[in-house]
Design a protein around this ligand. Structure first.
Ligand SMILES: [Cu+2]
Length: 178
């Protein structure tokens, strides 16, 4: 049950949101061009350094672990527990996830606008998965983790952007204090 590196399991199937956005822009700009086919590999990593919410952290610097579960309730509600994270600017945190539900779930953290943009894209391209370092997708029963350094103070968010899940309640807030 313990998965050492779930992020790398299906890399060839995944593509980053940046590439989805690029593909969407291309589709809008030109039709008929052979676009994006087979270009998904290696589409993530370095660009995370520029994210306002921070960047992938070093395991050795993580002095705190936060356990986050993903699940559904009988009434159709979907949720993260907890749905509120409080961290300090510069803090490196080990976010440990477990999908206790019956369907796939994901965790994506970003500025609120970024989450809403991702949400709209996921609704247009429901088959897309992101492999960005600020996200993780887990099958039912799977576990995984993200080690992250929250570089800037501010209010951020997280969500599951599999179509329908956000609207069923899968969202939360990250407050990064100075
Ligand atoms: Cu979900």
């Amino acid at each position: 049950m313990r998965t050492r590196n779930p992020l790398n399991l299906n890399n060839e199937r995944k593509c980053s949101m940046k590439r989805i956005i690029a593909a969407a822009v291309l589709m809008a700009a030109s039709s008929g061009t052979a676009l994006a086919a087979g270009t998904h590999a290696g589409g993530h990593g370095d660009k995370a350094a520029a994210m306002p919410i921070g960047n992938p952290g070093e395991a050795g610097k993580a002095n705190r672990t936060v356990n986050i579960s993903m699940s559904e309730k009988d009434d159709g509600t979907m949720l993260f527990q907890p749905a509120m994270l409080k961290v300090k600017k510069g803090e490196t945190v080990r976010l440990k996830f477990v999908n206790k539900g019956q369907v796939d779930h994901e965790f994506v953290m970003d500025v609120h606008d970024g989450i809403m943009e991702h949400k709209a894209l996921m609704e247009k391209f429901p088959e897309m998965e992101h492999a960005d370092p600020n996200s993780i997708r887990l099958a039912p029963g799977a576990r995984g983790e993200i080690i992250w350094t929250f570089a800037n103070a501010g209010e951020f968010g997280f969500a599951c952007l599999i179509p329908g899940h956000y609207d069923s309640g899968m969202k939360g807030d990250i407050s990064v204090a100075n």
